[in-house]
Design a protein around this ligand. Structure first.
Ligand SMILES: NC(=O)c1ccc[n+]([C@@H]2O[C@H](COP(=O)([O-])OP(=O)(O)OC[C@H]3O[C@@H](n4cnc5c(N)ncnc54)[C@H](O)[C@@H]3O)[C@@H](O)[C@H]2O)c1
Length: 329
């Protein structure tokens, strides 16, 4: 099977590409190595599989319609597209909202247009839990997603609606995954786990944007990213006409619990720095995953402590510059 992975040098994309190559898929990657975070990290992410004969990488911008068309003309047909490329930061999206609109909405339309021209009939899209805004937890797929709290989820909502339109009008099989908090190797430097580990290892300040009393209230629904790839394979084999699935853990972990788990695994202490609250932040994200469980057998069974251990063990083996990279986000 030939799979197009957009955003193949990012956190999820590099892990997915490697996972698929290890299972003998042919993987075509597209990534522009943008500067949302240090592009050298993205080069580092792909270094172990970029020369795999089953991997072809295009350093193409999804916004460059002609170059994108050239890639599709050359590759002719994909069995599935996993569209991961995006600008993906909730609070950061207030700084450069236009980047989010272009890269998350317009880029998605460019891909859908090429699907329409018969290049692919299995479009899989990475949406986000932040689309649920202030809904009561746990979040179910049927809830209203019309009131996101930041530009980033607003652009993901817009992309979801556009995918629906293409699916209905042009029969493009489409599956949307509203992803909660995946963890795994090569995590983005702006995410909590790498920041906590770096704080333990190097004494860096861990920015806490909640009041201390909220440490036990603010929560995220962490799962091991490999469980997402297991269900992607099921959608490769059997596309849906149009479905939306939550992918989380259905068992949220408070920031307090996450900090304690990291301190236990590293046997070191996090250096917390209290900062004012940021706009757009959700107190708790928590997925109802019964639909993905029932229809795709999604079972994110890896416990948090194990996920932290896997990441920490891997982190310690990385090059010094990589370990010490500071996220400005
Ligand atoms: N990581 C999470 O916690 C999380 C949670 C929910 C949803 N998601 C979604 O999953 C997807 C992947 O997230 P990630 O954490 O791996 O992000 P990431 O930033 O690590 O990877 C995204 C990649 O897309 C590339 N890209 C962006 N715009 C592009 C364009 N116009 N053309 C070509 N390449 C482009 C970037 O260079 C980057 O390498 C995103 O769509 C994100 O919204 C992630």
């Amino acid at each position: 099977m030939k799979i197009l992975v957009t955003g193949s040098a990012g956190f999820i994309g590099s892990n997915l590409s490697e996972y698929l190559l290890n299972r003998d898929y042919q993987v075509v990657g597209i990534d522009i190595f943008n500067n949302y975070y240090n592009p050298e990290i993205k080069e580092y992410n792909i270094r172990e599989f970029k020369d795999n004969p089953n991997f072809t990488l295009y350093r193409t911008d999804l916004l460059d319609k002609q170059s994108l068309t050239d890639v599709f003309d050359k590759e002719e047909k994909f069995d599935a597209i996993v569209h991961l490329a995006a600008w993906a930061g909730v609070t950061d999206s207030f700084k450069t909202p236009a980047d989010y609109v272009r890269n998350n909405e317009e880029a998605t339309v460019n891909l859908l247009e090429l699907c329409r021209k018969d290049h692919c009939n299995n479009f899989i899209f990475a949406s986000t839990s932040s689309i649920y805004g202030n809904n009561p937890t746990p979040f179910t797929e049927e809830m209203s997603t019309d009131m996101p709290l930041a530009p980033y989820p607003a652009t993901k909502k817009s992309a979801e609606v556009m995918i629906y339109t293409y699916s209905m009008n042009f029969g493009i099989n489409s599956t949307i995954f509203r992803i909660f908090n995946p963890n795994g190797l090569r995590l983005r430097p702006d995410l909590a786990l790498p920041k906590l580990i770096k704080s333990c290892e190097f004494g860096y300040e861990f920015p806490l944007y909640w009041k201390t009393e909220d440490l036990t209230k603010s929560g995220r629904d962490y799962f091991y990213v490999i469980h997402m790839f297991e269900v992607l394979e099921k959608v490769f084999a059997k596309p849906f006409n149009y479905e939306i699935f939550n992918l989380g853990n259905s068992s949220p972990v408070t920031l307090d619990q996450l900090i304690k788990t990291v301190e236990k695994v590293t046997c070191k202490q996090v250096n917390i720095k209290q900062l004012p609250p940021r706009p757009g932040e959700m107190m708790m994200t928590y997925a109802d995953i019964s639909k993905a469980n029932k229809m795709l057998g999604f079972n994110p069974e890896t416990p948090l402590e194990k996920i932290v251990e896997i990441y920490y063990e891997w982190f310690l083996k990385q090059e010094d510059w990589y370990k010490k990279v500071v996220s400005v986000k």
